[in-house]
Design a protein around this ligand. Sequence first.
Ligand code: CTP
Length: 201
Amino acid sequence: PIDPVRYIANRSSGKQGHAIAAAAARAGAAVTLISGPVNLPDPPGVTVVHVVTARAMLQSVERALPVDVAIFAAAVADWRVAGAAEQKIKKKAGQSTPELSLVENPDILATIAKRKIQRPKLVIGFAAETENVAANAEAKLAAKGCDWILANDVSPATGIMGGDRNTIQLVTAQDIEPWPPQSKEDVAAMLIARIAAELVP
Ligand code: CTP
């Protein structure tokens, strides 16, 4: 894939994913963080791979296997422009606006969760929702084939997107566990503790 001049993206600060990578490293895990474009420093003690496209992110995730646990916090764009131009598309006076046709990007979480070989023991996703948060997250858990989903309400009024705090509902096949509102660092620490308890009961 080429790294284009203009592109379609989802808004994301990357703070939650970076906090999780840092917390896992602090807990003693060997961590690879595959990050899209963010304005954050690489967390200490973590191997960081920087990517720009969804396809490059999937490739880097596959290269990082095998792993015990895979956590998918990236706000991957669901679609990209079909047949991206090789050169910058210039704006010319009197020209009509360009029509964009889109193709679907790979679903990285679902691809890894549905693997027959080298599937991580725990595959954990996020669900960014703006309504019916728990119900949509339960449906996502089933559709993607992952083990846990951290659901959050990204409606503008919550301030979660781009903010420093997060309110999570942890959705598993068994139940839905509401977590208290807390910093993204505390969400990360709570998640890593849960994972450790799951792997070494
Ligand atoms: N995800 C992914 N690859 C994609 C899209 C999403 O790996 N192409 C992952 C996200 O990292 C997250 C989970 O899937 O862990 C859910 O992402 P979310 O944006 O909430 O949902 P979508 O799958 O995009 O579904 P929808 O847009 O219908 O809500």
